[in-house]
Design a protein around this ligand. Structure first.
Ligand SMILES: Nc1nc2c(c(=O)[nH]1)N[C@@H](CN(C=O)c1ccc(C(=O)N[C@@H](CCC(=O)O)C(=O)O)cc1)CN2
Length: 289
């Protein structure tokens, strides 16, 4: 069996066509959405991600506001940068690129972002609204990577309603929030969250209709674990001497029904839905005006 490729780049391009049309309409009425980014330090991976996000903005007509700060900044200096973007009328939404240097408190930084400008959808208030929003009709920004994963599954007609989804990894950007999205009444999946404390990972994964690998452990998910025909989403990213490596071993492609490549799968959609969150915040502000 050769798995169907869940092509994130082609899917991203489709999302961009829609976003550019919406941005053009906003510009026609004098509204230019703006994405802000705060990048602390010089981690090459984070620099590449932020560069990619701003390149994407140029493709769809969203303005860019970049704040690149040195790794040794103080909490007060980071807070000042966050407060500036909270107050900047040209900034529709923004992100604090994660991870931050160890001396800075990530949770405190995320909580300082104005929830109405939270382009990541990771602010506690927006995640809390997701918890409360059983019907899946909320208007808060949704976490970009979980949103991108759901879009990719729907784009390739992978059944989600009633599916047993096993998530591997409990990180802030994917593992923890994805279950909130998939267990909404609009998706109705059953989600198991596995992590380093899980006793028998292989047994849990073997029961999955959909596996979401977001642990950042190269080759963690192997063919022996995966139920034949299951969909496998590879989100984990590890930078090795061989470059970017995902969590899913190559042999999984022989048994799975669908696999998202990494790179080339969820990553581009993470960026696409970051922009979608910015556009939706601008559209919502226009409706309120
Ligand atoms: N504030 C945030 N920080 C981080 C997030 C996030 O959602 N919000 N997620 C990850 C990294 N990430 C977003 O910043 C991210 C991961 C991957 C990609 C991407 O486009 N990957 C490409 C390959 C890119 C390359 O070649 O370097 C792909 O998969 O094809 C974009 C963004 C942690 N931080």
């Amino acid at each position: 069996m050769s798995a169907v490729v869940l092509d994130g780049k082609a899917t991203r391009d489709e999302v961009f066509v829609d976003l550019k049309e919406r941005v053009d309409k906003l510009r026609d009425v004098g509204v230019t959405p703006g994405l802000g980014t705060i990048l602390v330090g010089d981690d090459p991976g984070s620099q590449a991600y932020v560069r990619g996000k701003h390149n994407d903005c140029a493709k769809v007509g969203i303005a860019s506001i970049r704040k690149d700060l040195p790794a040794d900044i103080t909490t007060e200096q980071l807070n000042a940068a966050i407060d500036e973007l909270n107050a900047d009328p040209g900034c529709t939404g923004y992100i604090v690129q994660l991870p931050l240097p160890k001396h800075l408190d990530e949770n405190a930084a995320l909580e300082r972002i104005d929830p109405e400008k939270d382009a990541d959808g990771l602010h506690p208030i927006n995640l809390g609204r997701l918890v409360l929003d059983g019907a899946g009709t909320g208007t808060s920004a949704l976490p970009c990577t979980p949103r991108g994963i759901l879009h990719l599954l729907r784009r390739y007609d992978v059944p989600v309603r009633g599916a047993h989804v096993v998530v591997v990894g409990r990180g802030v950007t994917v593992g923890r929030p994805i279950g909130l999205l998939l267990t909404r009444r609009t998706e109705n999946a059953t989600v198991t969250l596995c992590h380093t404390g899980t006793r028998d990972l292989a047994a849990e994964v073997s029961r999955a209709d959909i596996v979401i690998a977001a642990a950042g452990v190269p080759g963690l998910i192997t063919a022996a674990m995966v139920k034949p025909g299951a969909a496998v989403i590879d989100v984990g990213v590890s930078r090795t001497a061989d470059g970017l490596v995902g969590d899913v071993a190559q042999d999984v492609w022989d048994v799975a029904g669908h696999v998202s490549p990494n790179p080339g799968g969820v990553g581009p959609l993470t960026r696409a839905f970051l922009l979608a969150n910015v556009v939706e915040r601008a559209e919502a502000a226009l409706v309120r005006a």
